[in-house]
Design a binder for this molecule. Structure first.
Ligand SMILES: Cc1cc2nc3c(=O)[nH]c(=O)nc-3n(C[C@H](O)[C@H](O)[C@H](O)COP(=O)(O)O)c2cc1C
Length: 416
């Protein structure tokens, strides 16, 4: 296959250390909720799934998003929770990941305004809480959390993180991406608080996420790795920006690093798309230029359709492996990031990392949307109906924009 002749990924197969934790290579499997838990408890299916991916040589597996130990975190029964009554089940998942030689981080998550308000589930009586009661500007769900409730949510993060360490996890990841609670704090569009935690200045909007990180650091000690995952894009607004410019990004990253973050996990839909005009740096590259913490990139490595196009079915996936690996090599060699996540391709092919290492490119199993189907495990009744509708509408708007002829051709446009 001549298109792979110039690809040399050996540097991506060198070891790396995050706050003292040794990783065998630079590949990570990101958090991906599969809908296989029962009341927050994973069963053998999830443990086996992690074991198989670990055996496929990925260095670090981040668990699917686990709700923190607070009744406002989620109403979804099929996703993970990190609570005292779920630890035995999660311990088996961590052990399974360790079996194949991978490390494991537990991802801690809270839906904020995305959570359904009311209903008939066990937590239905508890209010849906967020910075200001907005899913996005003008779209309301639930209400603003009081200062006391913020304190309780922060304590829930700490409790769940301590449980994650107790079940054997090698680190934790704070999920502050894609429009969930902590992202609702970071985004000016959903955070209009006037108590020093919100408003136009990103230094105020980052305060609550940074306080959570500082509390986690104080509780977990200096040596326990903490990753912070954030994104500009939201599931209901693909073009949103938490940081409008590099100065805002730097202010946010500095506050989080000072609070104790060891790794920034920079979530983009396509890792190779430039973040701001005038440079071909992706968002991860910008973050890397601003911090001494580890930086992980993610987004459509080797795939032609991105995560939201796959989730909403607006575009069929095709392989763009040679392009993706070529960009990975180029950007990694330039120092844009230390680590890279491969998500959907790990769903379709547990041995993706090994096959790439062995250059068995033609044997890689392509991800297809059918791999996401979860008969009887639909969580949409447990999130705000307005969220489900807005997400679909955004995917359609994005698909139409893609089909419209571009105003002027861009040298940086990804293929396809
Ligand atoms: C089925 C599925 C579930 C996901 N669940 C989560 C999650 O729990 N937490 C999270 O931060 N991201 C989640 N994501 C996003 C992925 O972590 C990743 O950022 C995304 O799939 C892009 O990587 P890829 O292009 O390599 O697939 C999920 C993605 C998929 C496909």
């Amino acid at each position: 296959m001549p298109e792979y002749d110039d690809i040399d990924l050996r540097e991506l197969f060198t070891a790396f250390t995050i706050n003292g934790l040794a990783l065998r290579n630079r590949f990570i499997m990101p958090g991906m909720q599969r809908g296989w838990c029962q009341e927050g408890r994973p069963g053998p299916q999830l443990a086996d799934y992690y074991r198989e991916r670990s055996a496929g040589e990925v260095a670090l597996i981040i668990t699917e998003a686990c709700a923190v130990d607070h009744p406002s975190a989620t109403q979804g029964p099929y996703y993970g929770w990190m609570r005292p009554d779920t630890t035995d089940a999660w311990r088996k998942c961590v052990a399974a990941a360790h079996d194949g030689g991978a490390r494991m981080f537990v991802q801690l998550w809270h839906e904020g305004a995305i959570r359904k308000e009311g209903g008939s589930g066990p937590y239905a009586q508890h209010p849906t809480l967020s910075p200001s009661g907005y899913l996005r500007p003008g779209l309301r769900n639930g209400r603003a959390a009081t200062t006391q409730e913020l304190k309780e949510i922060r304590e829930a993060y700490v409790r769940s993180a301590l449980l994650a360490r107790e079940v054997g996890a090698d680190g934790i990841e704070v999920h502050a991406a894609h429009g969930y609670l902590l992202d609702q704090f970071l985004w000016a569009g959903t955070n209009v608080r006037e108590d020093g935690y919100g408003g136009a200045d990103i230094r105020n909007r980052v305060r609550f996420p940074a306080e959570i990180v500082a509390s986690l650091r104080a509780a977990l000690g200096r040596d326990f790795p903490i990753s912070f995952r954030f994104s500009q894009w939201k599931e209901i607004d693909f073009t949103a920006k938490v940081a409008q410019n590099p100065d805002e990004l730097r202010a946010m990253i500095s506050a989080l690093r000072a609070a104790g973050v060891d790794m920034f996990h920079v979530s983009t839909r396509r890792f190779h798309v430039p973040e701001w005009a005038g440079s071909d740096l992706g968002l991860a590259g910008w973050v890397k230029s601003m911090t001494d913490a580890a930086v992980c990139a993610v987004g459509s490595v080797g795939l032609g359709a991105d995560i939201m196009e796959s989730a909403e079915g607006t575009r069929a996936v095709e392989h763009q492996l040679a392009f993706g690996l070529g960009e990975l090599q180029r950007r990694f060699a330039r120092g844009d990031f230390d680590l890279v996540c491969v998500g959907r391709s790990h769903i379709s092919d547990p041995a993706w990392v090994r096959k790439v290492r062995e250059r068995r490119y033609s044997e890689i199993r392509l991800f297809k949307r059918e791999h996401l189907e979860r008969p009887g495990r639909d969580n949409t009744p447990h999130v705000a109906p307005a969220f489900v509708e807005a997400r679909k509408a955004e995917a359609l708007r994005d698909a139409r924009a893609r089909e419209a002829p571009p105003a002027s051709p861009s040298a940086q446009a990804p293929p396809g």
